[in-house]
Design a protein around this ligand. Structure first.
Ligand code: CTP
Length: 403
């Protein structure tokens, strides 16, 4: 496929080199069109060497080839990364003062913008309006990631990871629909920890990889994602709002708050079923005799509560306050399908992703195999593969249920 990589003048321009490599190494023909300002950060020889194509920011080079029209018209995809506030403004208003903005005006293919700028610039009403205009016209504008910016400041405005931008582009290139565009989706990930005393806890082995894969793929399909992350060490997925929690009580509060009016809630977190009945305020010291037993008490079942809330809301015909589609996960060691079917019914969810655990399966690995049980439908087998593939199967089923 013919990809135009537009690069505008932000410090994140150096990260576009990695995006360029991802495209070229997967066989795409890339033409880099930087702005003049981008060339102050990364020079033309770098783009030319990495892409194997000539590089210019001007409409006045190779005029006989009419590059200001030809490049845009011949592209299968234009991706601008990083997209500065300035280039978003120029694109939204149809200005054409350089080769990149000419290309944006002549391109008839899909266009993806990956903005990167300081938080104040991203949140400025002018930028908000320009982003809204571009989205209305059908461009995909990826929300920036939250994190460290150029200086010591942090906030929304960081360029998403090149691998994440690449995934969005692949989806757009393959013509796969942004079928979750505008949908509000809540995902829990990781594993909760229940404090025994200020230094000890009861926890579990969940890495959060599956929940994060769900978040990344949902963003790539256009969703507005809230990721409630329990004790994970993974980088924030770009474009998702991340709420960090530790205990089941905190996870419950965050999930219930975010899920009011959500189109779907996916409970991928491994939630502790029990917690110590009392939390000691001081560290428990070794004593000469046997230690005191730790009494456990039951935690609320958040997934079941979501199901209850939806039932109650539907009975009261106030469905907007309850999540539309509810997805649970189940890790089983024996009688996987029978246990899964019983859990699906007991917890009142629409889909239940059942993993067989043990023998190094599921926990902490990038790959997974699962069966997705569907309320009132046939189970869907997902063969062993990347957690993103399983996530996409879940979103296919969720998207069908939402619509
Ligand atoms: N879950 C939850 N709240 C809990 C426990 C689990 O919301 N207190 C959710 C998990 O996020 C997961 C699903 O319920 O989506 C299945 O969890 P699991 O622990 O397997 O279910 P249990 O009902 O506890 O079944 P069992 O322990 O008998 O396997």
């Amino acid at each position: 496929m013919k990809v135009v990589l537009g690069v505008s003048g932000g410090i994140a321009a150096y990260k576009a080199c990695e995006l360029l490599r991802l495209f070229t190494e997967s066989g795409h023909e890339v033409r880099v069109v930087p702005t003049r300002e981008a060339l102050k950060f990364v020079g033309a020889p770098t783009w030319a060497a990495l892409s194997g194509n000539p590089v210019s920011a001007e409409v006045w080079d190779d005029v006989h080839e009419v590059p200001h029209v030809r490049i845009g018209k011949g592209a299968d995809l234009v991706v601008v990364a990083p997209a500065t506030a300035d280039v978003l403004a120029r694109a939204a208003h149809g200005l054409a003062g350089d080769l990149l903005t000419n290309t944006l005006l002549t391109a008839t293919c899909p266009v993806v913008f990956a903005p990167a700028m300081h938080t104040e610039m991203w949140q400025h009403p002018a930028t908000r309006a320009n982003v809204a205009t571009l989205r209305e016209r059908g461009a995909v504008v990826i929300d920036p990631a939250v994190g460290r910016l150029t200086g010591a400041d942090t906030g929304p405005g960081r360029l998403p990871d090149p691998a994440e931008i690449f995934q969005v582009c692949l989806r757009v290139l393959r013509g796969r629909p942004l079928d979750l565009a505008g949908r509000k989706i809540v995902i829990s990930a990781g594993g909760t920890r229940e404090a025994i005393d200020p230094v000890r806890f009861i926890g579990n082995r969940s890495s959060g990889l599956q929940g994060y894969a769900l978040a990344r793929t949902a963003v790539a399909r256009g969703a507005e994602v809230t990721l409630v992350a329990a004790n994970t060490t993974l980088p924030d997925p770009a474009g998702a709002k991340v709420v960090r929690v530790e205990s089941t009580a905190e996870l419950r509060e965050a999930v219930l708050e975010a899920s009011a009016g959500a189109d779907a809630v996916v409970m991928a977190a491994a939630v502790a079923d029990f917690r110590p009945a009392t939390r000691q305020d001081s560290k428990i010291k070794k004593t000469d005799g046997e230690p005191e037993p730790i009494l456990l008490t039951k935690n609320p079942d958040i997934l079941a509560e979501l199901g209850e809330r939806r039932r109650a809301a539907r009975d009261a015909q106030a469905g907007a306050e309850a999540p539309g589609v509810i997805v649970g996960f189940a890790a089983e060691t024996d009688d996987v399908l029978a246990n899964g079917q019983a859990k699906l019914a007991r917890k009142g969810c629409d889909l239940l992703v059942v993993n067989q655990v043990g023998e190094g399966l599921a926990f902490g690995t990038p790959d997974n195999a699962a069966t997705v049980l569907v309320a009132g439908g046939e189970p869907v087998e997902v063969p062993f593969g990347p957690k993103e593939d399983l996530a996409d199967v879940v979103w296919d089923l969720v998207a069908a249920r939402i619509s």
